[in-house]
Design a protein around this ligand. Sequence first.
Ligand code: ADP
Ligand code: MG
Length: 580
Amino acid sequence: MSIKILSDDLINKIAAGEVLERPSSAVKELVENSIDANANEINIYIRDGGKTEIVVSDNGDGIKSNELELAIKRHATSKLSFENFNNISSLGFRGEALPSIASVSEMLIKTNTKKDEDGISIEVSSGIKECVKPVNQKKGTHITIRNLFFSTPARLKFLKSENYESLVTKKIIQKLAMCNYRISFNLFINSKIILSTKKIGKENSFNLLKNRVSEILGNEFLENSLYFDEKDEQFRFYGFLGVPTFHYSNTNNQFIFVNDRVIQDKSLNVLFKLAYRDFISYDRFPQFICFIECPYHEVDVNVHPSKNEVRFKDNKYLRSRIISLVKNNLKKINHFASTINTTRAINKFSKSQSQNYLELKDIPEENSLNIESINEKHESEQINQNQSFSLGYAKSQVHNTYIISQTNDGIVVVDQHAAHERIVYERMKKEIYNKKIKTQILLIPVVIDLDKSTLNVFRDSLDRAKDYGLVIEPFGADSVVVREIPVILSDGNVKSLAMDIINEMIEHNDSMSVEEKINKICSKMACHGSIRAGREMQIAEMNDLLRKMETTPFSGQCNHGRPTYVELKLNDIEKLFGRK
Ligand code: ADP
Ligand code: MG
């Protein structure tokens, strides 16, 4: 075969293979064009998952009649020049979407740049221009795509069911609508309205964003997340971080936007997972929305034809900044556990399953509770009940496992083991990081026999065990003796604690960071040092636990991300009994 330059049609079809993976990619490209054209209302319709019909209409700037034929030509764009090549602010810039889509479908574009004049239309079928004529079209652009991929059967075959393709489009529109919260969107699937947002009024940006979040993720997300907004020299980060107990089974509710561009970059999602790692079990995922803003030259958007990925100039800085930002903000959460657990509990009881009656609880300020002011040695009746604590006063223990406490406006059920485990864990971590671990010398040292090979490996770690408050020394040829243990663990079984820590230290592999190692050991220790389920507790002891929960960061969830307590408001209890 001789070498020849490919025809335009073939080049477009090849480009279509890259830019258009499935119908939702065409929807994304068209909506991005509407956004670039300064539209403030965008309507999207799809049929058969987008396979037979996609319509995107906007009220943006429109395309000039003498440029319409150019718009569907390859590498024709109004958005790129030498001057802005390193400073791209538009979503599109490659001039590929329209010709690619047109090469594998039947396309009709109706557009108008002026308010009170007729518009113009163009029809293209499988890349071949059919006719250009005047048309009745208000200011803006209306694009219809029919029978996408009809001329590329291989791609058509690769598409999934109608439901699946519709779902992918819905998710993309959700992301675009979240990112562009100053633009109103409506999505129709087979004539049914699936997503609809309010017309944009004169609200400030924060309120617009809040409205959009509740339109897309519901109020539950707002109730269970906290807002952050931080700036430094080059970057601004803002958005919402879900509380750790409000976790999710996949990364669908993770929204990351860079300079108003929807980004699907797993390496960024992983950073958030890392920052939440200490609070969420490995198979669950945090929910969050994060807008990153920076000068356009700080980020390269020309990484992939679908423009879903970006490269930051200073990636290292960005990575550590995101992790510390998330961690610092999560610290503000204290013992707040997600209201979703309460909702679930109520739904289990309740006859009507539909409503979420709950209001957002006040999040107490760190250390705002003065524990010392209560004499906890007395029974609860003697405690000054005028004091109000968010976790209330313990009334009783049931099944030697759960504490029932009364708050000003409801009741709280606490899982004593899970709650105490978190408290011990956080305290151990604090003491270890500050190198202030308090130890207690054992009156009778405990001797542990080890097999020789374990002893040999462990010998090297004896010094490190001291950092965790364990003083262990070699004792004879094949045993060690434990002389000191952390005060906080003094009620536990010394032998099994020491054995667990020895094993944990031996198993530590070098790929773990210091932080990971410390957290793992603390988590093991916390398990030993905490009140078991099944142990009877006195009222004073229970109140002590509640007060500690209130001042311990993250005590709303155990080390595995399960909630440590559930709250039922009086209001909800009354509803359960039909009193309201
Ligand atoms: P790109 O977006 O990379 O420029 P496209 O092929 O998507 O390339 O679009 C080509 C050109 O057509 C755009 O640069 C723009 O000028 C024009 N265009 C496309 N869609 C619209 C629209 N909805 N409103 C106004 N102009 C549009
Ligand atoms: Mg485009």
